[in-house]
Write a protein that binds this ligand. Structure first.
Ligand SMILES: [Zn+2]
Length: 440
């Protein structure tokens, strides 16, 4: 099975190289916009060959693009127009059928390219050199730039990866160029034998993530530092939105960017640590739709100030992104992430199965089972329950050869059946993945 990854490598440019890349990137964008206007003026043309015939000389002359790049421009514009035409046609059908009255306006004027992203074709206009250097094409010819990146990605680039196209990406606030290199690697088809261990991952605000494997060893990934900063940004954003002046809008953009990066960085760090702590594992993540349901409680007047604040921070934290990053990085570490039903994972006693909101009185830090008095750190309960459910899924996989993952949320009957089986799970720290889950 082939899997596509993207490596983000940081280009260590000299000032001259920086200028060469920036000039090229902007010239490429200007050329795209020129060809877009040409296409619009010629019947909103999407035919790449005819676009190239009509614009190639002008692209070379006016924007000084090297020939390889000059060919990519009409191709890219043609693809843009093609997809816009598809939308126009779909919209026309929808209007005829009476599904909508809105007219699609995507082709009312020539589409403009705003982001100066430039795509390089491997071996044609970029290639890797020895000693962590990459050669990329600019208006002034090829330049050889040193780069750094995640060790794992870098070693893959140098060894077994099949390298594809790359995007030149410019981080404007940091004035830094990156190359986003896509590459394919051969990964083994997933089997239960490869994924020997199981681990449950519970996400939340107090701890960004809590994990538990079947031996019961918990790991906590703190989000504590982030919450006040996240609140700070949220407040600031609100104030600036309210103000609405031009300078406030500019500042708003800045603040939003910082807020987004804070979350992205934290998600990157946490997902990396989780995946590295659990190689060759089946990683159980909560079905996010279930999480939203769980946090919906206590809204409006009944919610305390604190609760409302927590709700806001929680809903804005990009747990979907965290999950996606875990899933992605897992594949690079011979692990695999699956989605598990999250219903009652915070209320069910891992030892006796007794399920009640009363097990977590006052939403405090301590989980006390009202039936067997089993006491546990509240944030660990969810991770343990998820670990057990993941273990059950792995056992089914072993016995049937089919990995059935709780993807279909709409199938309530199948889900009810699964939840019934989950209710019979009992935590037993001696349980190894080879034997059955105790008490079933
Ligand atoms: Zn209990």
């Amino acid at each position: 099975m082939k899997t596509v990854f993207t490596a983000k490598i940081k280009l260590q440019t000299t000032p001259a190289q920086f200028n060469a890349l920036r000039t090229t990137q902007l010239a490429y964008r200007d050329a795209l916009n020129y060809v877009s206007r040409y296409a619009y003026a010629h019947g909103k043309m999407s035919n790449a060959v005819r676009l190239q015939e009509g614009t190639y000389d002008e692209i070379r002359l006016r924007f000084h693009l090297p020939s390889q790049m000059a060919c990519s421009v009409p191709r890219q514009v043609g693809a843009t127009y093609k997809s816009l035409w598809t939308k126009v046609k779909q919209n026309a059908q929808a209007r005829q059928a009476g599904w909508t009255r809105k007219r699609y306006k995507g082709l009312d004027q020539a589409p403009t390219y705003v982001s100066p992203t430039l795509t390089y074709q491997y071996r044609k206009d970029y290639s890797f050199k020895k000693e962590q250097q990459v050669s990329v094409l600019t208006l002034a010819g090829r330049i050889v730039v040193a780069y750094t990146g995640y060790d794992q990605h870098v070693s893959l680039i140098h060894h077994d990866a099949q390298i594809g196209a790359a995007k030149l990406w410019y981080d404007k606030p940091k004035k830094q160029f990156y190359l986003l290199v896509s590459f394919e690697i051969e990964t083994a088809d997933p089997t239960p034998e490869i994924h020997k261990q199981v681990v449950g991952v519970d996400v939340g605000m107090r701890y960004l993530a809590v994990t538990s494997d079947t031996t019961g060893r918990p790991r906590f990934y703190s989000g504590k530092r982030l919450v006040p900063r996240s609140h700070h940004y949220a407040r600031l954003r609100k104030r600036l939105q309210h103000k609405g002046t031009r300078s406030a809008t500019r500042r708003l953009l800045q603040v939003s960017g910082r807020e987004r990066r804070l979350k992205q960085d934290a998600n990157h760090v946490v997902s990396k640590r989780i995946v590295e702590a659990h190689p060759s594992s089946l990683i159980g993540l909560e079905q996010l739709a279930d999480i939203r349901e769980r946090t919906k409680r206590k809204r409006g007047k009944k919610a305390s100030h604190k609760q409302r604040k927590a709700n806001a921070a929680y809903s804005k934290w990009s747990f979907a992104e965290l999950h996606a990053l875990i899933a992605y990085k897992a594949r690079l570490n011979k692990s695999m992430a699956i989605k598990v039903d999250a219903n009652y994972t915070s209320q069910a006693c891992p030892r006796c199965g007794h399920t009640s909101p009363k097990n977590r009185l006052g939403k405090g830090l301590v989980f006390v089972c009202q039936n067997c008095e089993h006491t546990l750190h509240a944030d660990l309960v969810g991770a343990r329950n998820l670990a057990m459910r993941t273990l059950l899924i792995r056992q089914d996989w072993m016995s049937t050869g089919q990995l059935s993952v709780a993807l279909d949320v709409s199938d309530s009957e199948a889900k009810a059946a699964r939840l019934k089986r989950y209710a019979e799970l009992r935590w037993n720290p001696d349980t190894s993945p080879r034997t059955s889950v105790g008490g079933v």
